[in-house]
Design a protein around this ligand. Structure first.
Ligand SMILES: [Fe+2]
Length: 99
């Protein structure tokens, strides 16, 4: 069973939490997920985001694999934008979900 990392205080995020929590923006049917919000997560050889995955409810809609040097970002086209959330896996800091 996977364990999602969650912020200690969602109203007062630390810098580490801000760069790990996937940030979702929706325009029409286009969903953009960036890690993170205001502070971008590094994409270096020894510390990077391995993937960004988009869910609708419990269902995985799509997953983008990432590599060092990539932008920590994924763009998905979806038919229905209801009840979306995203997760990302950092090679050092585990799996984080969008708020
Ligand atoms: Fe990290």
């Amino acid at each position: 069973m996977k364990t999602l990392k969650t912020p200690v205080d969602p109203l007062h995020l630390t810098d580490s939490e801000r760069k790990h929590i996937p940030h979702i923006t929706i325009e029409g049917n286009t969903v953009t997920v960036i890690c993170g919000d205001g502070i971008i997560h590094p994409m270096e050889a020894d510390h990077y985001i391995l993937y960004i995955e988009l869910f609708q409810g419990e269902t995985s809609l799509a997953k983008k694999m990432l590599h060092p040097g990539d932008e920590p970002k994924a763009v998905f086209e979806v038919e229905n934008t209801e009840n979306l959330h995203a997760e990302e896996l950092c090679n050092l800091h585990g799996i984080w979900g969008s708020l």
